[in-house]
Ligand binder design. Structure first.
Ligand code: ZN
Ligand code: ZN
Length: 181
């Protein structure tokens, strides 16, 4: 996989897994292909459960609002999952860097790729460009989707047009309801 300078594919893959969790291991692997990973993963009996653990750990980073806390959490994951960068040219991808050792287990690879990719995304695009959908912050709203902000202006707050519209309707209702205006 090419971790481009923004770490974009890896962090979008993580959000996709978090927002739409696959039913089985095959679904996880299909998702990695969708996001451009070509590597053949070795198969383990607990891959589905162990990748879920990787995603839950990553959601801890998403929910850490303060940059310092976010960096600390990610640094801890990278300390245990990532390795020194290695140049590789597997699967005719062309030469690129891997930030992990030769263990090809699915959870292991994803943990390294997602942590390094997220660190690249945050340091190059901005520490605030990862969040939960803002629609979900309203009481009773069900959306818990993760938003990876790769927009040019860095102001994406909602996971979808639907959520943006729902929040706009709510704001409008609050304005028209407030007394004395
Ligand atoms: Zn690769
Ligand atoms: Zn949403």
């Amino acid at each position: 996989m090419h971790l481009n300078p923004y770490g974009e594919y890896a962090v979008l893959l993580a959000a996709s897994l978090a927002n739409d969790w696959p039913d089985d291991r095959r679904g996880i692997e299909a998702r990695t292909r969708e996001f451009g990973m070509t590597l053949a993963f070795s198969e383990g009996p607990d891959d589905h459960r162990d990748v879920r653990t990787v995603i839950d750990e990553w959601l801890g980073v998403v929910d850490a609002d303060e940059p310092d806390e976010r960096a600390q959490l990610l640094n801890a994951v990278m300390a245990s999952a990532a390795a020194y960068p290695r140049m590789t040219d597997h699967d005719d991808e062309g030469w690129h860097l891997h930030y992990r050792d030769r263990n090809d287990a699915l959870p292991h690879v994803l943990r390294a790729v997602i942590s390094v990719g997220t660190a690249l995304h945050l340091t190059t695009r901005g520490m605030h460009r990862l969040r939960r959908c803002e629609a979900g912050s309203a009481p009773g709203d069900p959306c818990r989707a993760v938003v990876v902000d790769v927009t040019r202006n860095g102001r994406q707050r909602f996971c979808s047009v639907r959520c943006a519209n729902r929040a706009a309707v709510r704001r409008h209702r609050e304005r028209t309801r407030s007394p004395g205006r």
